[in-house]
Ligand binder design. Structure first.
Ligand code: PMT
Length: 412
């Protein structure tokens, strides 16, 4: 899906000027396509440093990559140990982005498990740059639970996976596992860098985590939100150059770099903080799990247990998002819907009732989605009737899709 979106963007000369891309090439029949990827990246102005695995050398010669990239090719297993270490650290540090294309099942498994026995795997372990993998392999290998779990692990750690295409494969079968065309791979890289300033000068307001509604000085009503989804949105908006205000309920997460964080505890505190920042905001994304009810009174002292039942009277909390929808003038307003059944119907009803531009629906009954999980499986419904269903993705990837949508709505 991301590949299709990116393919729609025309790459322009000089777009990657000054960028250092370290490209890992592994042992797949699709290695020949990597030559064109390198060539295209260079034409866009990037400096490309290729690392070949030993298996990759069985498919394409080192000389080809040296000539196309204009740089020495790394990956000599027999280099003296001190030079090898210096080089992998140097490339890991130099990289603005690491791209592994094609990425075999083997290299994905090594990366997922943190193995470091050659130039590419040590570079992957040592780099702090964003890492993109473009898997290419036989369909059965791709669909194997081991490979899928390795991909999931890499996604959770924030790596970007460029989905393979479906079609005729070199092994004679047909199915998913084909390396996407070089233009599509390069478009993903371009998209990553061009997004980096797409929200410059814009203000993005994000809410995250759950509220806590006190019962007495030691007890509260709360929910299972960890704040991960909201922190991922805030981090992605900051990465795109936005001025980000993150209003967070109690969470142990650290604020992403460059984000203004306001900590709140109750729904009423969250409402006050959100309303104070709302008028200036261009995009508002409400991932927070706000308590709909709070105890009617908060006991001054710890409630002592006694025989029999204890009844708590709850009163309604304000619906912050509904209020924002009523006050909306120019903001792009994005809500979430946490449901356990009839997800589409409830989400669409909230979209309309709260006057939102988009609602991100997740089924929080699924163990790998919603509360607490590192991943999420969402459908984004638009006020224009659009509906986009996404596969299981890391919360970082979900955040990127939400911001893509909000951004395109903003520019309209
Ligand atoms: O934090 P994580 O562990 O990563 O989990 C992520 C998440 C499950 C919390 C997130 O993906 C999610 O679904 N957030 C919305 C949770 C929720 O409260 O959904 P809701 O369907 O009850 O509310 C709908 C929308 O109205 C939400 O945008 C909510 O922020 C907002 N709301 C709700 C009640 C209220 N009183 N005021 C509000 O503003």
């Amino acid at each position: 899906m991301a590949g299709q979106q990116a393919q729609g963007m025309a790459a322009q000369a000089g777009q990657l000027a000054g960028r250092h891309i370290v490209m890992g090439v592994t042992g797949s029949i699709a290695a020949y396509k990597a030559v064109e990827v390198v060539s295209r990246l260079r034409k866009l102005g990037a400096e490309v440093h290729v690392i070949m695995t030993r298996a990759a050398r069985e498919f394409v010669t080192e000389m080809t990559f040296r000539e196309i990239s204009g740089q020495p090719v790394a990956g000599d297993m027999w280099a003296p140990v001190h030079a090898f270490q210096v080089e992998h650290i140097a490339l890991a540090k130099l990289a603005d982005l690491v791209l592994v294309a094609p990425a075999t099942a083997h290299v994905l498994a090594k990366a997922a498990h943190g193995l470091a026995d050659d130039m590419l795997s040590t570079t992957l372990l040592a780099t702090r740059a964003p890492v993109f993998f473009a898997p290419a392999m036989n369909t059965n290998m791709y669909e194997n639970v081991a490979t899928q779990e390795n991909l999931q692990t890499l996604r959770k750690r924030g790596c970007h996976i460029i989905e393979p295409d479906s079609g005729h494969l070199a092994c004679g079968t047909s199915g998913k596992g084909r390396l996407p065309e070089p233009a599509a791979i390069v478009a993903e890289v371009v998209r990553y860098f061009t997004q980096s300033q797409a929200l410059a000068g814009r203000k993005v307001l994000v809410t995250a985590a759950g509220t806590r509604e006190p019962i007495d000085p030691v007890r509260f009503l709360g929910n299972r939100s960890t704040g991960r989804m909201g922190f991922a949105v805030a981090a992605e908006a900051a990465r795109r150059g936005a001025e980000v205000t993150l209003i967070a309920g109690p969470t142990s997460l650290r604020a992403p770099a460059g984000v203004r964080r306001i900590d709140v505890e109750t729904a009423q505190e969250m409402r006050a903080a959100v309303l104070a920042a709302y008028d200036a905001a261009d995009i508002v994304i409400k991932t927070a799990a706000v308590a709909d009810y709070r105890p009617a009174t908060v006991a001054e002292h710890k409630i002592k247990k006694s025989e029999g039942e204890l009844t708590l009277t709850l009163v309604r909390n304000p619906d912050i998002l509904y209020e924002l929808g009523q006050k909306k003038i120019r903001q792009v307003l994005v809500g979430f819907a946490a449901e356990t059944r009839d997800v589409a119907a409830y989400a669409r009803a909230k979209l309309a009732k709260k006057n939102l531009d988009f609602i991100v629906a997740n089924n929080v009954a699924e163990s790998d989605a919603g509360f607490g999980a590192e991943t999420n499986r969402v459908t984004i419904y638009g006020a224009d009737g659009s509906e986009e269903r996404y596969p299981l993705l890391s919360k970082d990837e979900v955040a990127a899709h939400i911001l893509d949508k909000a951004q395109s709505r903003l520019s309209r």
